[in-house]
Design a protein around this ligand. Structure first.
Ligand code: HEM
Ligand SMILES: *[C@@H]1O[C@H](CO)[C@@H](O)[C@H](O)[C@H]1NC(C)=O
Ligand SMILES: *[C@@H]1O[C@H](CO)[C@@H](O)[C@H](O)[C@H]1NC(C)=O
Ligand SMILES: *[C@@H]1O[C@H](CO)[C@@H](O)[C@H](O)[C@H]1NC(C)=O
Length: 325
């Protein structure tokens, strides 16, 4: 009798523990596509129209906005932390090594935020704005769409150290890339699909210099072309830009993967995805099948958007994306 009582009591404790662990571990389950349908029904159209005019003004902006969401999510979750400005008593993520002189689009985010605030004050988070703007950018540049989950809150903190250590680097090997994404709960398959983000946008000479002068798994004439605008000597022309996708740098298509097959990946890390390793077959598939890339990219963006969001009473809805309330 006593033993059956204690066994049903311990059963209850186990069940409760599993339930609590589930609640804690599944804050992403509180995100939904309809989160703002009553509180801010026009949020999606409002964000899209500002993104659209920003891209019309400068077509690179779509790439810059997509990257902002990535660099937000990889640093303690998609919580708008990347948007916080440094102040005299606060160092945020903007000046961390992977972001400094590199991230852009902050004034467009400000514009989106003011348009959304006009529509519904104090309702929509900056973290959600980044997620929506990333999707809109991809669609406006010709990529496939996905349904963006929303309901994230904004962080009251940021972590320059985590920005430095969690964002993958262009010098990484395939294994390091896989580990970096795995540390965020993303699979190797997600990693290869998300890398297709490099079908748009530009990179600085400093990020690909070693590849175009020193590596052998690179197309010779492609390397020569890139060398024209990226001098060999460190410290000279570090900021000179080249397209990540040599074919169509402002179209969101599958040319990134075709380039990899032709050894025309710009970054060392890009070419790692097609270099005789475990991800070659996925690169081949995407290069032959744009719709398979498009579907997997959307699914992977949803997975990335699910990384450790603040929900419920955690975090806040920032009034301005650059500073905490
Ligand atoms: C797989 C690991 C990744 C590495 C090592 C990496 C590295 C880089 C580097 C070095 C640049 C150039 C930055 C500069 O020169 O200022 C860049 C640009 C870019 N990255 Fe990535 N990236 C990765 C994954 C991603 C992902 C997952 C996305 C989005 C889904 C993404 C989207 C972009 C875009 C759109 C640009 C161009 C931005 C612009 O033109 O403003 N990257 N990336
Ligand atoms: C930083 O300084 C500002 C203005 O001087 C002040 O309002 C804020 O409370 C300070 N923040 C911290 C974390 O000390
Ligand atoms: C950032 O990371 C790089 C490479 O891992 C390291 O060399 C550097 O010391 C780090 N910087 C800071 C400020 O943590
Ligand atoms: C090429 O590799 C050598 C040897 O590792 C290195 O000293 C040199 O700086 C590299 N050149 C460039 C342009 O990165």
């Amino acid at each position: 009798m006593a033993s059956s009582l204690s066994s049903s009591a311990s059963m209850a404790i186990v069940t409760l523990t599993i339930f609590l662990a589930f609640l804690l571990g599944s804050s992403s389950a509180q995100l939904s596509t309809s989160y703002y349908s009553k509180s801010c029904p026009k949020v999606f159209t409002t964000v899209k129209s500002v993104v659209k005019s920003a891209i019309l003004k400068e077509n690179r902006m779509g790439a810059s906005l997509l990257r902002l969401h990535f660099h937000d999510c990889f640093v303690n979750g998609c919580d708008g932390s990347v948007l916080l400005d440094d102040t005299s008593n606060f160092t945020g993520e903007k000046t961390a090594a992977p972001n400094l002189n590199s991230l852009r689009g902050f004034t467009v985010v400000d514009k989106i935020k003011s348009a959304v605030e006009k529509e519904c004050r104090g309702v929509v988070s900056c973290a959600d704005i980044l997620a929506i703007a990333a999707r809109d950018s991809v669609v406006i540049l010709g990529g496939g769409s996905w349904n963006v989950k929303v309901g994230r809150k904004d962080a009251r903190t940021a972590s320059p150290a985590a920005a430095n250590s969690s964002i993958p680097q262009p010098t990484f090997s395939l294994n390091a890339l896989i580990s970096s994404f795995q540390a965020q709960g993303l699979s190797a398959k997600d990693m290869v699909a998300l890398s297709g983000g490099h079908t748009i946008g530009l990179a600085r000479c400093i990020t690909f210099r070693n590849r175009i002068y020193n590596e052998s798994n690179i197309d010779n004439s492609f390397a020569k072309t890139r060398q024209q605008n990226c001098p060999r000597r460190t410290g000279t022309g570090d900021k000179k830009l080249a397209p990540l996708d040599v074919q169509t740098p402002t179209a969101f298509d599958n040319d990134y993967y075709k380039n990899l097959i032709n050894q025309k990946g710009l970054l060392h890390s890009d070419q790692q995805l097609f270099n005789g390793g475990s991800t070659d077959s996925q690169v081949r598939r995407y290069s032959n099948n744009p719709s398979s890339f498009s579907a997997d990219f959307g699914a992977a963006m949803i997975n990335m958007g699910d990384i450790k969001p603040l929900t419920g009473s955690n975090g806040e809805i920032r009034r301005k994306c650059r500073k905490i309330n």
